[in-house]
Design a protein around this ligand. Structure first.
Ligand SMILES: O=C(O)CCC(=O)C(=O)O
Length: 352
């Protein structure tokens, strides 16, 4: 069966009997299952990789999310749901999207998680190379909203890129210009870095991802996307050129309400996955999150990885990036020699 829209047929995604989306378990970057995972990714625009974080790592990361929240709201709140009010939550980040932190976060746990070998294997399998750099991003936390609808996040679809620049640009000169200007002096520079996938004529593959830290079912809200949209994006952008008046050519983040694209909201599917699973998606896939309407919180960590030999990673930029990371590591007492693994040093872009 296919969910249909006027011009676009979204494939129905396979799920198991518990409602979780089909997932893949990878033993290495070139194991047979990695090839199957990549084939799935190419068809649907996303893939779920199981057992990327251990249960202990999930619990430690959930605890770290609470440390970050409590540092923002300046009081202990984790054990008292009555305190998870809109007033108190307004200090936690981008509240309507359930994002903790306005820009990248730099705790010991969030940093050390980025050198997880299974996370690297997942991205390497999809990107087709092991030589990757990891980005620096934030956490997601959706409060249970079953008894408190006012705590819901906004159900949304968006693109972390400009779809009209993507089809109109003749080369990647805009991407190069934005990325080469990054100084990594401000935490927002790391978010800017994420949202420049270049243009259709060059056709780079850009892959975003997250790890769900607790079992995440449809009623818990969280990540959803329009399956197969990555292949349809150029046509969609051309068909919706009138939206350029609203968003312009250079806006890096395009969130579109249901009233403008009801057919895509109807085609979007929640990507239910187990604790410790990573969801990786093609950056051209229309995606976002559904509101939580259960009694359980939803917890996640967000990522992107990209090839180390990307043309926009000039030696000057790489040096600034690496120095900025060293400062952040030292600030949370991470010793680059003993706490960062050889894989981590490569992923962070530190001198080996
Ligand atoms: O899973 C979520 O909360 C949404 C993540 C998302 O849309 C993104 O990282 O761009």
């Amino acid at each position: 069966m296919m969910a249909s829209t006027t011009k676009f047929q979204s494939p129905v995604i396979p799920r198991d009997s518990d409602g979780f989306v089909k997932s893949f378990t990878l033993s290495s970057y070139n194991c047979p299952e990695a090839t199957e995972a990549r084939t799935f990714f190419e068809k649907y625009g996303f893939v779920v990789i199981a057992n990327v974080y251990t249960p202990e790592q999930c619990n430690d990361t959930i605890s770290d999310i609470w440390n970050v929240i409590e540092s923002f709201v300046r009081q202990p709140v984790r054990n008292d749901e009555q305190l998870w009010t809109p007033e108190i939550w307004s200090r936690t980040g981008i509240v309507h999207e359930g994002i903790i932190g306005g820009a990248s976060l730099w705790t010991r746990q969030i940093l050390l998680n980025r050198q997880t070998p299974a996370l690297h294997t997942a991205f390497a399998s999809v990107l087709g190379t092991e030589n990757l750099l990891v980005n620096q991003d934030r956490y997601g936390m959706f409060r249970p909203a079953k008894k408190h609808p006012e705590r819901s996040t906004t159900t949304n679809l968006h693109l972390d890129m400009n779809p009209w620049l993507y089809i109109d640009d003749d080369d990647n000169s805009h991407q190069l210009e934005i990325l080469s200007k990054l100084r990594y002096k401000s935490d927002i520079d790391w978010i800017t870095e994420n949202n420049e996938p270049g243009c259709a004529k060059v056709g780079e593959l850009h892959v975003q991802g997250l790890v769900n830290l607790a079992d995440n079912l449809e009623e818990d809200g969280g990540f959803w996307l329009v399956p197969g949209f990555h292949k349809y994006l150029p046509q969609w952008a051309a068909d919706h050129r009138e939206m350029l008046n609203i968003y312009g050519h250079y806006n890096q983040f395009i969130m579109i309400g249901r009233k403008y694209i009801p057919e895509l909201y109807d085609a979007a599917c929640h990507i239910s996955s187990r604790a410790g699973s990573a969801i990786l998606w093609d950056q051209r896939t229309m995606h976002g999150s559904r509101a939580n309407c259960s009694a359980r919180p939803r917890y996640a960590q967000f990522f992107k990885m990209f090839p180390v030999d990307h043309p926009a990673m000039t030696p000057e930029r790489a040096e600034k990036r690496s120095k900025a990371i060293m400062v952040k590591l030292q600030a949370v007492n991470i010793d680059p020699e003993t706490d960062i693994t050889p894989l981590g040093r490569k992923l962070f872009g530190l001198a080996t």
